[in-house]
Every structure is written in structure tokens, then in C-alpha cells.
Design a protein around this ligand. Structure first.
Ligand SMILES: Cc1ncc(COP(=O)(O)O)c(C=O)c1O
Length: 364
């Protein structure tokens, strides 16, 4: 459990609903969403369609659920999807494409989680009974394990043009779509113009307690709504949490730039500490991946020692850590965290117990 005054840089999912958000939730008008009668859910879905310039949307419980609804509607049993090798859909959703939809993932090496059309060329399986049918391209913006990178718009445009010319739909895992919009300055409707389905999380940088949404054409979303029920995710008086999402869209978008500034501030601070280097060429959003020199200890040991000092940062590899800025972390707390990292490393990591530092993103 998070401790009071802890500086929690593990994830933007650590955010708690603000008093204003809680008030909006308490006052939400609700109905039965399964009957299409929750006015707040309906308003959220309409708002997102308007923002993204798409026809329809369906509110979902989590990013995993809305991603997998996307996979299911675009693919049939035995199909294959194309995805960058670090992609969340392939690596961090418990094999759900296979488990829920009978779909295999073909992992394609990109750059920082980013693909370009040249990476995809030649990856569509020939029409031959030995092969799965290539059915879908999945992108992620911002990339998570790719390093918080932001897709160049030209890549998205080229990939969509290529995919559609080859009869493949494109699904975007936009768990942090508005971070990408903030960092790139590309308007959200332009960014997703050619993308078929988009999943967006409200429970990360936008500060909601839960909730995601899948956006696309009327036909795709009608099928996704059926899949949501099949996956056990149909909702009833969900206006209570949809109200949090509406509050976030109205109040928490402009401030994402502060999280990005804090990530830059954190980066500048840690790079002054001997033994720390950046694990990506540059920090582009709210995720900072960095390496600890092996002679100083392991990432898990540093994470464990920081925890003792009230700073939470997870290991994301033997020597790699990921820090994530978000709306519950202030500029002062960023400075304090940097100071504590410096102190802990200058004291030496000793025999800190790495068992306390497990991360869902840690890799062997
Ligand atoms: C890129 C990306 N996609 C999808 C998800 C899944 O979201 P959820 O935890 O709501 O299922 C996450 C969660 O961390 C993520 O980082």
C-alpha cells in the first residue's frame, strides 16, 4: 500500500482521483449502460468521438480490455497480428490475443517501440495453407517499454496507407495517447485520422481511478460492444467512473505538459549522479528509463533502497529502472527524489533486498 508522503514514480496509474474529480463522480447522473441508458457514459463516448473525429466509442474497464476488444473484432481464430517487439498487447497482457481470440503476435523489431513502413514490408504472410492469415497491425503511442517515445506522424500515416492498401486494419494502443498529443503538438483528430480503432486509458496520466475507451467506426464499435459483454466487461451504472473521465478531459489534458517538464527535470537531475545513464536517446514524454552502472549494484537493489527512503521507482531490467511522472508528483518532489537517489548511491547499495522491487515490467 502506498505510504503517505511517499514519492511514487512507479507509474502514472498511481494517481488518485482529486477532490474535484470525486465530486464529479458523486454527482454523476447514471443509468444502466447495458441498455445504453447511462447518460454520463453516453456523454463521455460522444465527447471522445467529437475529439477524435470518429463515429463511435465504447467505454471499457481497462486498457487491456479495450485493446483486446480491438484485437478480437479485427481478427479471426488462427490469424496473426503485426506488432513492434516491445508492444504491450503482445508482451504485457498475459498472451490475451492467443488466450481470448486465438491470434498469434508476430513481433517486429522497431526503434524505441516505433515502427515504420519499411519494418513491415514483407511481413504479410503469403496466401498459403501453411501460414496464419495476417489480419491486423497494432501500434502503441506513446510507447511504454519502447521508452516513452512518440510516433512521428509520418510513420503513422505511411503505416496506415500501407496497411489499408494491403487490406489490413490498424489498431492503436493509445494508453498514453494524450501524452503523445501533448509531446508532438499534433491535434488528436489528425493523429488518429487514418487509424481504425484506438484504445485510450483514463486511469494513467489523466488521473482517473479506472476506465478506458475504444473508438472507431459505427460497425467496428457495435461489434466491440458485443465483445465487451463476451469478455465479462459489460457495465451498469458506470457513469460514476465515466464522470471521472469527463472531468479529466475537461481539466487534466493541459497539465500533461507539466508531467513532461518534470520528466525532463528528473532526467537532468539523475544524469548528474555518477553511474547513471539514460537508457533511451532522449526523454520525450513522462517516462524516464535509465541505467545503473553494474559496479554500483542492481536496479532491484536500488529500487529496494529507495523504497526505504520513501521513493518508489521500479526496476525494469537487471540494470534498468523506469520512473514515471504524473499529476500526483510535484516539481519539489522530483528534486527530492533526485537528491535521495544521489544519497542512496553515494552511501552504497550494500545488501538491499531486491525482493521488494519487483515490477510487472521487469525482464530477465
Ligand atoms: C501501453 C499500455 N497499453 C495498455 C496498458 C493496459 O492498461 P490496463 O492496465 O488499464 O489494462 C498499459 C498499462 O500499463 C500500457 O502501458
Amino acid at each position: 500500500m502506498a505510504v503517505k508522503n511517499e514519492i511514487d514514480l512507479r507509474s502514472d496509474t498511481a494517481t488518485r482521483p482529486s477532490p474535484g474529480m470525486r465530486r464529479a463522480m458523486a454527482e454523476a447522473e447514471v443509468g444502466d449502460d447495458m441498455f445504453g441508458e447511462d447518460p454520463t457514459v453516453n456523454r463521455l463516448e460522444a465527447m471522445i468521438c467529437e475529439m477524435l473525429g470518429k463515429e463511435a466509442a465504447v467505454y471499457a474497464s481497462s486498457g487491456t480490455q479495450s485493446n483486446q476488444m480491438g484485437v478480437r473484432i479485427h481478427c479471426q481464430l488462427g490469424d496473426e497480428l503485426l506488432i513492434e517487439s516491445t508492444g504491450h498487447i503482445a508482451n504485457y497482457e498475459q498472451g490475451a490475443p492467443a488466450a481470448l481470440s486465438g491470434v498469434s503476435c508476430r513481433l517486429i523489431e522497431g526503434d524505441g517501440g516505433i515502427l515504420d513502413v519499411g519494418d513491415l514490408a514483407g511481413k504479410i504472410r503469403p496466401d498459403n495453407q501453411h501460414f496464419p492469415r495476417t489480419a491486423l497491425v497494432c501500434l502503441e503511442n506513446t510507447t511504454n517499454m519502447g521508452g516513452g517515445r512518440v510516433y512521428p506522424q509520418e510513420n503513422i500515416d505511411r503505416i496506415c496507407e500501407w496497411a489499408h492498401a494491403n487490406g489490413l486494419p490498424v489498431h492503436l494502443d493509445g494508453a498514453r495517447l494524450f501524452n503523445a498529443v501533448t509531446a508532438s503538438g499534433v491535434p488528436v483528430d489528425r493523429m488518429v485520422r487514418d487509424i481504425d480503432t484506438i484504445s485510450i486509458c483514463f486511469s494513467k496520466g489523466l488521473g482517473c481511478p479506472m476506465g478506458s475507451i475504444l473508438v472507431g467506426s459505427k460497425a467496428d464499435i457495435a461489434r466491440a460492444r458485443r465483445v465487451r459483454k463476451l469478455f465479462g466487461g459489460a457495465l451498469r451504472q458506470a457513469g460514476i467512473t465515466a464522470a471521472a473521465a469527463i472531468y479529466a478531459l475537461e481539466n487534466n489534458l493541459d497539465r500533461l505538459k507539466d508531467d513532461h517538464a518534470h520528466a525532463q527535470q528528473f532526467t537532468a537531475g539523475i544524469l548528474k549522479i555518477p553511474g547513471i545513464t539514460l537508457a533511451v536517446p532522449e526523454v520525450q514524454s513522462n517516462l524516464v528509463f535509465f541505467y545503473l552502472a553494474p559496479e554500483l549494484g542492481t536496479a532491484a537493489a536500488l529500487s529496494a533502497r529507495l523504497k526505504e527512503r520513501g521513493v518508489r521507482i521500479n526496476a525494469s531490467g537487471p540494470q534498468r529502472l523506469r520512473a514515471c511522472t504524473h499529476l500526483d508528483v510535484t516539481a519539489e518532489q522530483v528534486d527530492t527524489a533526485v537528491k535521495i537517489i544521489g544519497e542512496v548511491l553515494s552511501e552504497g547499495l550494500g545488501t538491499a533486498d531486491p525482493a521488494h522491487a519487483s515490477s510487472p515490467y521487469a525482464r530477465a
